[in-house]
Design a protein around this ligand. Structure first.
Ligand SMILES: [Zn+2]
Length: 432
C-alpha cells in the first residue's frame, strides 16, 4: 500500500483487468521468508558440558548450520547470528536480529540439569500470560505471544516426531532472546547433555542432521517459505488484504504488509484514488469555506476551499518528492483533501476511523442515515450530534464497516491499514 511500483490500477474490479493481472508480476509478490538462526553460546562461553565431554556451543553451531542449509534448500532466506566459535552477548543477538528485518528467530541450544535421568526436547518462548516482573518483555514480544506459542508448538512437535525424542513440552520463559525481540521467537532445547542417552544422540552427526530436519519442518509448518505478506499470517484481515493486493489496490511495505500500523492520510488518499473517480478539479479562485477548518475532521472532509486550485504543492510540508504527491495533488484539487490552518497538509499523519468513514460515505455516494434524536444508536461511543454519526451509520448499514466491538466504533482512534483494507474489500464485493 505504501510505496507505489508503477502505475496504480484503476477500476480494479473489472474482470478483464483481473484476468490480465494474473500473468503479470504484481507489487507485493511473495518473497522468501527470512529466518534468523541463533547458535547459542560460543567463544569463551561453552554452554553446558555433556556427560560425554561434548560442549554445548559446538553442538549448537553444528545443528544451526545444518538447519540453515536445510532452510535455504526449502526456499528460505537465512542469516545466522554466529557462524563460527565466537562470543556474542544476548543483546547483540537480538540487536542483530532486529537489523535483519526477518520473520522468525530460532535459537538452538542443548539442555543440562542436575538429575541425569531427565531427557528430551523442549521449546522456550515468551508468554504474556506468565510475565516475570523483574524481566519485562518488549511490547512487540508481548503482542506476539500467540505467534511465538504456535511456532514453539509446531517446531517441538516436528522435532520430537522426526528425531524420536521425549516431548518435554513448550515452556513459557523470560530468557532474553525470546523476550526482547520484535518477531516471533523461540529457543529450542534439543536434548539433555546431562543425560547419557541424549548426550550420545547429540554426539551423532546423523542425529544432529535429523534434529535439524525436524526443526526445519516445524518452521515450515508455521511459516511456508514463500508466503505472501508473512506478517499477516493468522491476521483477521489477511484474506481481504491478499484479495486487494491481487487486484492491485493495496501494496505491501517491502515484503510485509504492516496490517496493524496506522493508515496515513497519504496512504488513504492513494487508496481512494484507486477505487473512486474523484470529483473534477475545482476551478481556481474558489471560496475559502467558512474559516472553521481547525479540526482534523474539517481538514479531510469539507468541500474544497481556497487551497484546492493550487494543489498539494501549496502546503509547506509537502513537496513533489513525496511518494504520494500525485495522489495528494489530485485529492486536493478535487476538494477531497484539505489542509490545516497552519498551512500544512500533514500527509504522514494518521487518519481516524470517523474521518475514513465520512470520506468513504461521500465518495461512494452512499445516502447518509439521519438518526432521530433519542433513537437507538448503532454504537454506544458515538453520541447524538457527533459530526460523523450519519456517515458511520450509513457504512454500518451497508455492511462495509464494523465496530471494534458490537457496541463500540472508536471513532477517534486511528484506522489501521488492515481496517482500511477490510472496508475497501467489502465495498468492492458489494459492487459485484
Ligand atoms: Zn544453552
Amino acid at each position: 500500500m505504501v510505496r507505489k511500483k508503477g502505475k496504480p490500477l484503476r477500476k480494479p474490479w473489472m474482470r478483464t483487468a483481473i484476468l490480465a493481472l494474473g500473468l503479470l508480476v504484481l507489487p507485493g509478490q511473495a518473497m522468501a521468508a527470512k529466518i534468523v538462526v541463533d547458535a547459542g553460546h560460543g567463544g569463551r562461553d561453552p554452554g553446558a558440558i555433556g556427560v560425554n565431554g561434548l560442549q554445548e556451543k559446538t553442538v549448537n553451531l553444528d545443528i544451526s548450520r545444518k538447519l540453515r542449509d536445510l532452510l535455504i534448500q526449502r526456499g528460505y532466506e537465512v542469516t545466522m547470528t554466529r557462524d563460527s566459535d565466537v562470543y556474542l552477548t544476548l543483546k547483540e543477538r537480538v540487536d542483530f536480529t532486529k537489523a535483519q528485518h526477518a520473520d522468525l528467530f530460532v535459537s538452538i541450544h542443548a539442555n543440562s540439569i542436575s538429575s541425569p535421568g531427565t531427557r528430551g526436547a523442549m521449546v522456550l518462548y515468551y508468554d504474556d500470560a506468565y510475565p516475570q516482573s523483574s524481566y519485562p518483555a518488549s511490547p512487540e514480544m508481548r503482542a506476539l505471544t500467540p505467534q511465538s506459542r504456535e511456532l514453539a508448538t509446531k517446531v517441538l512437535n516436528s522435532l520430537v516426531q522426526t528425531a524420536g525424542l521425549e516431548n518435554r513440552g513448550i515452556v513459557p520463559s523470560a530468557v532474553y532472546v525470546v523476550r526482547m525481540g520484535n518477531i516471533p521467537s523461540i529457543l529450542v532445547e534439543t536434548a539433555f547433555l546431562s543425560n547419557p542417552e541424549d548426550a550420545a544422540l547429540l554426539a551423532s552427526n546423523q542425529m544432529r542432521q535429523i534434529m535439524a530436519q525436524g526443526i526445519a519442518s516445524g518452521i515450515e509448518a508455521y511459516l511456508p517459505p514463500n508466503i505472501q505478506f508473512p506478517d499477516t499470517r493468522g491476521h483477521w484481515a489477511r484474506e481481504a488484504i491478499l484479495r486487494l493486493n491481487a487486484q492491485g489496490v493495496v501494496e505491501g511495505v517491502g515484503k510485509n504488509f504492516e496490517p496493524d500500523r496506522m493508515l496515513t492520510r497519504a496512504e488513504w488518499m492513494t487508496l481512494l484514488g484507486r477505487i473512486f473517480d474523484l470529483p473534477a478539479a475545482k476551478p481556481a479562485g474558489g471560496a475559502c469555506g467558512d474559516g472553521s477548518k481547525d479540526t482534523v475532521a474539517g481538514a479531510v472532509y469539507r468541500d474544497g476551499g481556497c487551497d484546492a486550485a493550487q494543489g498539494a504543492a501549496a502546503f509547506r510540508d509537502v513537496n513533489a518528492g513525496h511518494w504520494a504527491f500525485a495522489d495528494l495533488d489530485r485529492a486536493v484539487k478535487a476538494g477531497v483533501l484539505e489542509g490545516y490552518p497552519d498551512g500544512t497538509l500533514r500527509p504522514d499523519q494518521p487518519v481516524t476511523r470517523a474521518e475514513v468513514a465520512a470520506l468513504f460515505q461521500r465518495l461512494a455516494k452512499l445516502p447518509l442515515i439521519e438518526l432521530a434524536p433519542g433513537s437507538q444508536r448503532p454504537f454506544k461511543d458515538i453520541p447524538a450530534g457527533y459530526w460523523a454519526e450519519g456517515e458511520v451509520a450509513a457504512l454500518k448499514q451497508a455492511g462495509w464497516i464494523d465496530g471494534v466491538t458490537a457496541e463500540r466504533f472508536e471513532p477517534e482512534r486511528s484506522m489501521t491499514r488492515a481496517e482500511s483494507a477490510a472496508l475497501i474489500d467489502r465495498y468492492i464485493a458489494s459492487r459485484k
